[in-house]
Ligand binder design. Structure first.
Ligand SMILES: [Ca+2]
Ligand SMILES: [Ca+2]
Ligand SMILES: [Ca+2]
Ligand SMILES: [Ca+2]
Length: 354
């Protein structure tokens, strides 16, 4: 009675440990540049609430050439005219595919429909590059929140959340960028990445490390619209947030109001009946209700070779001639993988589990 579920998954391509070079980023003591947070280089004369000038000492450069991870995600435009997602919305496993309005699901939001993402590292920064749906509409704007969640100790519970709201310019900017931490370790509840039976009263990501007026480091995180593609948002955060860790999981998010640091894990904060689903196959829960206008991806392993059992991990492709490792999110018999690149081995796995 169920139709096919497709989890579009790309797999870690190349693990790049903190790499290279000596001269990429000038030391903080050199040539401090002053950048207004409001992107106005000259304060206007009659601005009663002028944005404070923030002295920035370091900001990200160009995206590194070598990626540390790549992930795909469902394209909900394919079934948007049927007021449903094509797959990938598995609430109990913290997987969302619902770039639609609540209840009616008759408004599709291409600007929050993640198509794929790439993660990069260099000596000073972590970068995510999230591609939203190009709907061939000249009025397209990135008017949502975009970000990534880092699970440092690979236990399934997110530890850091980087969010950028309404990125609008092609220059790196700190405007609208926030970094949140789960200091008391309650994100994920008792069983991280899986809905808890008893909803815990957690406070999600409760500690804001960046984005307020009191940020200790005014250069911690940045975002911009890709200079090459208006459907792509690029976000950078200093790798200082990792506190020296080099092995972690990272997953991507987009959304509007429900992409709220205080609501994590969203599938512990809401019951499935409250949240609904975007998939008509799950008729008891369809349509989406209190959790809407939201999309995310599975998690990439960065800095290590995953075993396949890491919580929230994108399904691994089977080794040549072999079977894929058991994955509770996608039993082996439902895993379909293919190479989608002409120039490299880029394996995409779909989960056809009903
Ligand atoms: Ca998704
Ligand atoms: Ca999507
Ligand atoms: Ca964790
Ligand atoms: Ca917390």
């Amino acid at each position: 009675m169920y139709s096919k579920t497709r989890l579009a998954i790309l797999v870690l391509l190349i693990s790049v440990l903190a790499c290279t070079t000596s001269g990429e980023v000038p030391p903080a003591t050199e040539t401090a540049e002053v950048v207004s947070q409001s992107n106005t280089s000259v304060p206007t004369e009659a601005a009663p609430q002028a944005t404070p000038i923030v002295e920035h000492k370091t900001k990200p450069g160009e995206i590194p050439e070598i990626q540390s991870g790549v992930v795909g995600d469902q394209d909900s435009s394919l079934t948007a005219d049927q007021n449903r997602a094509p797959g990938g919305d598995r609430f109990t496993f913290t997987r969302f595919e619902r770039p639609f309005n609540s209840e009616a699901m008759d408004i599709y939001f291409p600007a929050i429909d993640i198509q794929g993402a790439i993660f990069y590292e260099d000596a000073q920064w972590l970068y995510s590059e999230i591609t939203l749906k190009n709907n061939e509409d000249a009025s397209f704007v990135l008017n949502g929140k975009y970000g990534f969640e880092i699970d440092l100790n690979v236990d399934g519970g997110g530890d850091l959340l980087v969010l950028a709201s309404n990125p609008s310019v092609n220059e790196w900017s700190t405007t609208g960028v926030e970094v949140w931490e789960d200091s008391n370790n309650d994100v994920g509840g008792q069983t991280p990445t899986v809905t808890d039976n008893v909803l815990p009263a957690g406070d999600g990501f409760e500690t804001r490390l960046f984005g307020g007026s009191d940020s200790p480091d005014p250069d911690l995180a940045w975002a911009r619209v890709s200079p090459n593609d208006p459907h792509v948002v690029q976000i950078a955060v200093k790798r200082d947030v990792l506190a020296g860790d080099t092995t972690y999981l990272v997953g991507m998010w987009s959304g509007t109001e429900d992409l709220d640091p205080a609501l994590f894990d969203i599938n512990d904060h809401f019951a499935h009946e409250q949240a609904g689903t975007s998939m008509t196959e799950l008729e008891y829960f369809y349509p989406i209700k209190e959790v809407s206008e939201l999309d995310n991806t599975c998690r990439m392993a960065v800095g290590f070779q995953p075993s396949g059992n890491e919580p929230g991990l994108c399904p691994l492709p089977p080794p040549p001639g072999g079977n894929a490792p058991e994955d509770p999110g996608c039993p082996t018999q439902y895993l379909v993988c293919q190479n989608v690149s002409q120039i490299a081995v880029v394996i995409v796995c779909y989960c056809n589990q009903p």
